[in-house]
Design a protein around this ligand. Structure first.
Ligand code: SAH
Length: 214
């Protein structure tokens, strides 16, 4: 039996805090969430390593550091309502849900949606709703989302999400090519999007109506 707690604190200390993430909520939650429950059982021993891992269906759970970078960029507060496109294992959703009030996450592969629901339940997270459908065609939610994250490579800045966001809302998404992207952040300010870029990254493609064609 591995000492997951020690592996997890080493991950936070060296991979996350050591590389400049300072958001106290991100550091706390990534130190709490049992990431080994979000990877296939035979890979649990590698769950706290500095890399993405395969979760089946050609998809991956992202490297811990990129999860931390994206979560910090979302500037979450504890009463935020958050949208995610690309549930995958459910780990990123769990990290957000450990800070925010509620996460609605879309996953297009039915088996992964089911896998994520099970993982989230095992981790004791009850404030995430996983919807199995094309996340590039999302339903509006209440008065709007405070934050949105796309954890798959988007061909363009996701303008279709703008009407779903509250004033002051933040959207974080890898945008650019099929293989390489730049991490974009959009802030809705005075009803207008303000876009900034935060470095190169590499995600699996967002497939669907406003994503890449299959
Ligand atoms: N956030 C995940 C990693 C995401 S991998 C985690 O923490 O584990 C990207 C995921 O996006 C894959 O599961 C893929 O099936 C899903 N995906 C791709 N295009 C999608 C779309 N249009 N709508 C919803 N999910 C999509």
């Amino acid at each position: 039996m591995k000492d997951y707690e020690s592996l997890r604190s080493a991950m936070v200390r060296y991979q996350i805090e050591g590389r400049g993430i300072s958001d106290e909520n991100v550091l706390r939650v990534m130190g709490e969430i049992p990431r080994h429950l979000f990877v296939p059982e035979n890979m649990a021993g590698s769950a706290y390593e500095d890399c993405p891992l395969p979760i089946g269906y050609g998809q991956t759970i992202s490297q811990p550091y990129i999860v931390a970078v994206m979560t910090e960029l979302l500037e979450l507060k504890n009463d935020d309502l958050v949208l995610e496109l690309g549930t995958g294992s459910g780990y990123q959703a769990a990290v957000i849900a450990g800070i925010a009030k509620f996460v609605r996450s879309y996953e297009r592969v039915p088996e992964l949606a089911e896998y994520a629901r099970k993982n989230l339940e095992n981790a004791g997270m009850s404030n995430v709703e996983v919807i199995c459908s094309d996340g590039t065609d999302p339903e509006p939610y209440g008065d709007g989302y405070d934050a949105a994250i796309i954890t798959a490579a988007s061909p363009d800045i996701p303008e279709y999400l703008f009407p779903l966001m509250k004033e002051g809302g933040r959207i974080v998404a890898p945008v650019g090519g099929y293989y390489m992207q730049d991490l974009a952040k959009v802030r809705i300010t005075g009803g207008e999007p303000v876009v900034t870029y935060h470095g190169g990254c590499r995600f699996v493609p967002l497939l669907g109506a406003r994503g890449w064609k299959e």
